[in-house]
Ligand binder design. Structure first.
Ligand code: DX5
Ligand code: ZN
Length: 221
């Protein structure tokens, strides 16, 4: 297993003070910035693009930026986000006509590449591309909004993904996104996840350090 990573989703941050809020959450012990890109087409919501990613880099954010593309089509945004400072780029395979090509494009642009699985998307999309995947992201809510409840069937799917990763022998990250809280993070880790996106659970609290520390305490159990 890789070391646990906590990845606050800036979807729930104070967008009018984003630089400060991201700096605060990183100072509070977060490992990665989770950056949700929504296009009002693949998902029924609209967020932000490469300019904001670049703005965070210009502000001085040096932590990895995990760009979660909820967009269709995918490919045209990949070079733009790579140039804007993305570290990881994940996309939903059903939103790309050529999944293998998109994964290769992300890697050629110098980023880590990942596939994202909605609650009802089968893991079989991994069948012929696992060797090109650095991150498997399982959605534990339907994508589009923060603040939804964790779908329990994700735990079984995490166990299946964990098996695939262990069989591959490669250091693939297993990320989970949606409804992650202090009171369920231990069960999610026990099912095999090593990277935890949390938006509302962290940003709704006044003291980010307290939440992140509580999550780490749960993960150490
Ligand atoms: C949902 C996004 C998530 C979201 C998670 O489409 O991909 O990253 O921000 O938010 P919480 O942690 O509030 O469920
Ligand atoms: Zn996300």
């Amino acid at each position: 297993m890789l070391p646990f990573w906590i990845a606050p989703s800036i979807l729930s941050a104070d967008l009018a003070r984003l630089g400060d809020d991201v700096a605060r959450v990183l100072a509070a012990g977060a490992d990665v910035v989770h950056f949700d890109v929504m296009d009002n087409h693949y998902v029924p919501n609209l967020t932000f693009g490469p300019m904001l990613c670049q703005a965070l880099r210009n502000y001085g954010v040096t932590a990895p930026i995990d760009v979660h593309l909820m967009v269709e089509p995918v490919d045209s945004l990949v070079p733009q986000f790579a140039k804007a400072g993305a570290s990881i780029i994940t996309f939903h395979p059903e939103a790309s006509r050529h999944v293998d090509r998109t994964l290769q494009l992300i890697k050629d642009e110098g980023c880590q590449a990942g596939l994202v699985f909605n609650p009802a998307t089968p893991l079989s999309y991994l069948d012929y591309v696992l060797d090109k995947v650095d991150v498997i992201l399982l959605m534990s809510v339907n994508p589009g909004f923060g603040g939804q409840s964790f779908i329990p069937a994700t735990l079984d799917k995490l166990r299946q993904a964990r098996q695939l990763i262990d069989q591959s022998g490669r250091p693939i990250r297993l990320e989970v996104d949606g409804g992650v809280k202090v009171d369920n993070i231990a069960a999610i880790a026990a099912a095999g996840a090593d990277m935890f996106v949390a938006g509302s659970a962290i940003f709704s609290q006044p003291d980010y350090q307290q939440v992140i520390t509580a999550m780490r305490t749960e993960l150490a159990k």
